[in-house]
Design a protein around this ligand. Structure first.
Ligand code: BGC
Length: 738
């Protein structure tokens, strides 16, 4: 194992005989004396006082959060502690509990079952959550994760994955939110607020431009500052402003020649100076290469066993003793950690008995989110919802008899019940994560229950010919297809395992074919014209089977909208081939992000490309009309917009009104500047008000966001390419600082 191959390599070493400390015992051991946290009361003063009272030893120890996992020859769980992916020992005399870190945004993970028999609520993938366009739902999901984390003895969640989706084949897109900075920032903020509402610190990660998994440790992302400020950094900026995450995790890759975790520009200049960020910067696991990290803004080294050295230990002490690094820098880093711990209330003692978890209530949130995240992409001849009068339905493929797919890697959650795992194969270095996991929530079973008067039968789809003849004998055929993705490996736009051919065969046999996709990424659909219905269910979480059945049967009206563009094929991508694919780990690679801030749908608009499905697209079983868009620009204030939304169909439903900027004084553009989810009864109309973030109208210029004077055109849309009548306003020049 190379020291830099990250957490995944470390987890491979986890032996089956892990001696995990009993949770309740560990929680008792970490109980601290001292006052319970006042939560948000003057965290700066408290941090100053505590840091001052610390010994030198305690200060340095606070900057190191090694893995507390039994990894033979690499790491072990300290006496009296319980397993955690990152751990800082308690300081009882100062009322400081241990810091226990766990992954991640989709639920509390249990890597290699370090907590024997423990499971957690598995929420849908983040890309599914973003499809809801509902920061409120994200917040409720975050609260589920935060509450379970605390009950299981954790006070830090490594959530808030906010990298912009620049590469639709990135293996971690299911952990990220979208290709748009506003949507990503607002959704991440919701999730972080939810986690932190439970006195658990959340991170936002991985800052920045960790846009692909191929060569993630050595890829040097080159991009011009204005473009970076207007895209990836803006997503982080919005998330941070709206949720004050306790920590920011810096990524593995390099940006403009410097590793993320020693990137002076990203960490010191942008994050700490320009944005005035008050929390701490923690490294990703195995992302620290030198002491320069501490100089350039990293405050805490995570999973230090994976780095060449514990830089925040002896090397830092030596540098301070020799005057190469000021002592004040150590104090400042410690204060930043303490400040966040106090601000969030993460120093609240754990209870001596594990707090009860209302798993039934949490399952409801998982189901609601899973359902709201499903996107109805195509519905020709209103093939959906399935008629209760349908006599027979063929359910084919995708292991729909067994459950629903989940993505792999450090964010993978283990829910209740028996999960099924299938080996993926492929690269040896991929090791222990090379398995597709299916949560035990069978869409087939849910459909059978929902349609008691219909004959619903299953065929595995392994043999296309027999699947086709099976389909030919039924009124409707539903083909389930799955595309696995996971950390440390990029995927493909092509469905694996011949599933395209399966769909072709079934569609040729039955004209009433519907396809249900479970994927973490966009996929190509060479068969699109041959099927009547298509649903993107993403990785829909532990209640995914029921969520899919609710949508198919119309118990729930689809309301998800794509947070990423679905390309027709690779030729439409900025980089048709994934840079560095096939090169050995460790290869240094410069990637020029020449598209700049024109990420996703902005690229399609700029190049006048027509994708397979545009960003923002999502059908419903009813119809919505947008009327009377107005944009008001009171001088000196952020513009506001209002639009009336009407449900013109016969069913209750939920629309997502999207407001786009389509041109400005510098010419044509396409930017999502606001959105709102709105529930409407049949015939009902509501006026939606949106306040525009002025940075979305501006460009980064000479050290500030500047809105040029001139004419701006807006349109309300059902997607980034399906826009209503334009509305023009004239705006004055304004500068918005950093
Ligand atoms: C991932 C992080 C994760 C960390 C700890 C790393 O491999 O990139 O997202 O939080 O491991 O598990």
């Amino acid at each position: 194992m190379t020291p830099r191959s990250g957490l995944k390599a470390a987890l491979l070493l986890l032996s089956a005989s892990l001696s995990s400390t009993a949770l309740a015992q560990a929680q008792r051991a970490q109980e601290v004396s001292g006052p319970a946290s006042a939560g948000t009361k003057n965290p700066d003063a408290r941090a100053r006082a505590t840091e001052k009272a610390m010994t030198e030893e305690e200060r340095y120890r606070y900057l190191d959060s090694p893995m507390a996992l039994d990894l033979p020859g690499l790491a072990q769980v300290p006496e009296g502690a319980h397993p955690a992916v990152g751990y800082v020992p308690p300081i009882p005399r100062l009322g400081l509990p241990a810091l226990y870190e766990t992954d991640a945004s989709l639920g509390v993970t249990n890597p290699s079952e370090v907590r024997k028999g423990d499971w957690s609520t598995a929420l849908p993938a983040s890309i599914s959550l973003a499809s809801t366009f509902s920061p409120e739902l994200a917040e409720r999901g975050g609260a589920v994760v935060g509450q379970e984390a605390r009950a299981k003895g954790f006070n830090i969640v490594l959530g808030g994955g906010s990298n912009l989706i620049r590469e639709p084949r990135n293996g971690r897109n299911f952990e990220y939110l979208s290709e748009d900075p506003l949507l990503t920032g607002l959704m991440a903020a919701g999730s972080i607020r939810g986690i932190q509402s439970q006195k658990v610190v959340s991170t936002v990660k991985h800052m920045a431009l960790n846009a692909q998994e191929t060569l993630r440790m050595t890829l040097d992302a080159h991009i011009a500052e204005p473009a970076l400020r207007e895209s990836d950094l803006l997503a982080f900026q919005i998330a941070i402003e709206r949720s004050a995450p306790g920590a920011v995790m810096c990524g593995y890759n390099l940006v403009n020649g410097q590793y993320d975790c020693e990137n002076e520009f990203l960490l010191n200049t942008v994050l700490k100076e320009d944005w005035g960020y008050k929390g701490w910067v923690m490294s990703d696991w195995g992302a620290v290469h030198s002491l320069q990290s501490v100089v350039n803004g990293m405050d805490q080294q995570s999973g230090s066993q994976l780095d060449p050295d514990v830089y925040v230990g002896a090397p830092l002490r030596e540098a301070v003793a020799e005057g190469r690094i000021p002592k004040a820098r150590v104090s400042e880093a410690v204060r930043r950690i303490l400040r966040s711990v106090y601000a969030v209330g993460a120093d609240a003692p754990f209870t001596s008995e594990p707090a009860p978890i209302d798993y039934a209530a949490h399952a409801k949130v998982a189901r609601e989110a899973g359902t709201a995240g499903i996107v109805l992409l195509k519905n020709a001849e209103d093939i959906l919802p399935l008629a209760a009068s349908a006599k027979s339905i063929a359910v084919i493929g995708g292991h729909a008899d067994m459950g629903v797919m989940t993505g792999g890697g450090s964010s993978q959650v283990t829910p209740e019940g028996e999960v099924a795992t299938l080996p993926i194969g492929g690269r040896e270095s991929w090791g222990g994560w090379a398995k597709a996991v299916y949560f035990p929530s069978s869409p087939l079973k849910a459909l059978k229950e929902a349609l008691p008067d219909t004959q619903v039968e299953f065929d595995s789809g392994y043999y296309h010919q027999s699947a086709a003849s099976f389909a030919a004998r039924k009124e409707i055929a539903i083909v389930f297809v799955t595309a696995w993705s996971g950390e440390a490996l990029d995927g493909s736009l092509t469905l694996p395992e011949g599933q395209d051919a399966l769909i072709e065969a079934v569609a040729a046999a039955n004209p009433n074919t519907v396809v249900v996709i479970q994927s973490g990424n966009p996929i190509k659909m060479p068969w699109l014209d041959k099927v009547k219905g298509v649903i993107e269910a993403w990785y829909p979480g532990q209640e995914g089977g029921a969520a899919i059945a609710d949508i198919l049967t119309g118990k729930a009206n689809p309301s998800g909208h794509l947070p990423v563009t679905f390309p027709r094929d690779e030729s439409q991508l900025v980089r048709p081939e994934i840079p560095g694919l096939g090169e050995p780990e460790g290869t240094r690679l410069v990637v020029e992000y020449t598209e700049g801030a024109d990420v996703g749908y902005r690229w399609y608009a700029a190049k006048d490309l027509s994708p397979l499905f545009p960003f923002g697209h999502g059908l419903s079983y009813t119809r919505f009309a947008h009327e009377d868009l107005r944009v008001n620009a009171a001088p000196g204030n952020a513009p506001t917009a209002s639009v009336s939304v009407r449900n013109t169909g016969a069913k209750a439903g939920t629309d997502v009104v999207q407001l786009y900027l389509t041109s400005g004084p510098k010419g044509a553009t396409r930017r999502l500047v606001g959105f709102q989810r709105v529930d409407l009864a049949p015939g009902e109309a509501r006026k939606v008000e949106i306040t525009l973030d002025p940075r979305l109208l501006a460009n980064w210029q000479d050290g500030a966001f500047v809105q040029a004077a001139g004419r701006y055109t807006f349109a309300a849309g059902h997607s980034a390419q399906d826009l209503g009548a334009p509305v023009k306003v004239t705006l004055k020049e304004r500068s918005f600082g950093r």
